[in-house]
Design a protein around this ligand. Structure first.
Ligand SMILES: *Cc1c(COP(=O)(O)O)cnc(C)c1O
Length: 221
């Protein structure tokens, strides 16, 4: 199957209110251009040092998403242009993003990553940590970040009931945080959950942004 056919199949399967982010990590500029020519504009990368050179070579109207774990010392590479950072998993990281946003005089849109999986290998904050961040004085003084929503990754398992449980929990957290800290702020509107193997349950449990790599570009090496 070609990249454009794969894209078409996925787009037919997801409702219009769900944003598809094509995760292009490890893919060549040519492969990304094939998806671009098929109409795809949102792309996601998981490493700053891969994202920056790709963004330089590819068309300007691509919206770039940083979906993978981001180290504080790499923020400076993506802060000037990135359209959404999905993976804010520490208060300290958000502070650094704010600082780099100020240097570039731009507000950087971000999602807070919550840890929902049973696996300990996945990054993210728990619910209490997230509330503490949003209630902190340092957060209230951050003028160069905009929290647009939440992101989470389910456990890597065949147990779909478990995946659904984890996604459902994240959606609950999303609703709770929206009501408590962002009521009257319609721009807190993004729930990024679901990848190639679990985007269908992700959407059914309330996701409106899915991050899909393998199902578009094929298996990674
Ligand atoms: C790689 C990656 C994806 C895409 O995974 P696929 O299984 O290839 O769809 C989504 N989100 C994050 C954070 C990733 O690192």
């Amino acid at each position: 199957m070609s990249i454009s056919k794969n894209l078409q199949n996925i787009l037919e399967n997801i409702p219009e209110h769900v944003q598809l982010v094509a995760v292009s990590k490890t893919r060549t500029v040519e492969e990304i251009m094939e998806a671009y020519r098929a109409g795809q504009r949102h792309f996601g990368e998981s490493k700053a040092q891969e994202l920056t050179p790709k963004a330089e070579k590819l068309p300007d109207d691509i919206q770039w998403h940083m979906v993978g774990h981001l180290q504080s010392n790499k923020v400076k590479y993506v802060a000037p242009f990135v359209d959404l950072i999905h993976s804010v998993d520490k208060h300290k990281l958000l502070k650094v993003i704010n600082k780099e946003g100020r240097k570039n005089n731009r507000t950087v849109p971000v999602l807070l990553q919550l840890h929902i999986a049973e696996e300990s290998t996945k990054f993210g904050m728990d619910f209490e940590e997230t509330c503490a961040l949003l209630e902190s004085e340092s957060y209230s003084e951050m003028e160069f970040v905009k929290v647009r929503g939440l992101m989470g990754m389910a456990t890597f398992t065949d147990d779909t009931a478990q995946i659904r449980r984890e996604f459902r929990q994240l959606k609950k957290n999303f609703d709770h945080i929206k009501e408590k800290y962002f009521s009257g702020d319609p721009s807190f509107d993004t729930l990024s959950m679901g990848m190639s193997d679990d985007y269908v349950p992700g959407i059914e449990e309330g996701s409106n942004m899915v991050r899909i790599g393998t199902a578009i570009f094929g298996k990674r090496n």
